[in-house]
Design a binder for this molecule. Sequence first.
Ligand SMILES: C[S@@+](CC[C@H](N)C(=O)[O-])C[C@H]1O[C@@H](n2cnc3c(N)ncnc32)[C@H](O)[C@@H]1O
Length: 400
Amino acid sequence: MAIERDILSAKTPVNYDVEEAVLERYQEGAKEQQPALCCATDYHGNYLEILPDEIIAKDYGCGDPTRYIEPGEIVVDLGSGAGKNCYILAQKVGGIGKVIGIDFNDEMLSLARKYQQEISQKIGYNNTQFVKGKIQDLKLNLDLVQAWLEKNPIRTIEQYSKFESYCDQLRNKSPLIFDDSVDVVISNCVLNLVRPQDKQQLFQEIYRVLKRGGRTVISDIVCDEDPTPAILNDPDLWSGCIAGAFREDKFLKMFEQAGFYGIKILQREEIPWQVIDGIEFRSMTICAYKGKEGPSLERNQSVIYKGPWQQVKDDDGHILCRGERMAVCDKTYQILTSPESPYKNDIIPLPAYQEVPLEEAKEFSCTKKAIRHPKETKGENYQGTNTKQNLDCCSPGECC
Ligand SMILES: C[S@@+](CC[C@H](N)C(=O)[O-])C[C@H]1O[C@@H](n2cnc3c(N)ncnc32)[C@H](O)[C@@H]1O
């Protein structure tokens, strides 16, 4: 789906190369701790105890996406830097889970990889990998590209064409991250650093690599107003996670327009991290889910929305009225009521008394707002009777 022009209306800086500025700043950040890039963050649990001081010191995150990850999950960390989030996750997901950190900066990758063996020995398994790639192009393995370039330097257009076709081949035949292969994509203070013209592709890539039912948990810097041209044209403010910050409302829209559902603000710092020319920049953590596409099948299921709002609307436009038995298709029923559902605490599931087998289910006629008669859920011939008189659940002298 095309992103509305307005959402990407943040202008591209004119007087410098964004990617070069970011690369240089974080090459320095890998060598020496950069206090200006640090945004104080409380990490959940005691996972930092086994991490080397250098990794803790060179933390340039702004939130804690790791606290929302479960054991056994396969996680990709976009812009993994020194590897702090990955090494926390290595402990959380355990030996059956897996963590892949992605960064495009050799210095950061070497720093993260430097401690890999030491940390695996401490935790008793190695479930972490650091790979070189751009987060807006998760198909292209830059370790392989670099090796190819060392053997095939480019000086002519013909050589350049050969290089492009090698990259296409890599993307198609051995993508860095496969389609539908990841349970959770996390990131900590990185999405803002991507060039404006690549941001739409970045969200599409997050979507592509997630499994159906997977989710993304992103901590990033957002602002309450669009950055001014003066902010935008300052390379230090770009690499310092300010100029590329998402306006908070647009940030959520980007996920919506990439096809995610159940998008939710998990945390929004009350105190801004920085204020420049009256514009507030703060950390926000959001979660969004993949998997609302697919056929709408009628299996006579309904849901009741518990409230407290009078009515709510989901990302497919279905309206659920408080306290009413709303008719939903099987896909929406699963999305609203599954154990992993972001909506489950607000919904009472009403399955059909006699399950309609999936292979017999007809197309659901979706009207976005339909109340279902209880007889449809129970079945037209349902004549059950279950009164106190004919119940035999009480011993003499007891009452239910
Ligand atoms: C602000 S630091 C955050 C590092 C880490 N997530 C943390 O919490 O400490 C940004 C990191 O993202 C990397 N980065 C920035 N833009 C990138 C891109 N387009 N592709 C891959 N990595 C990128 C930088 O090299 C740097 O390591």
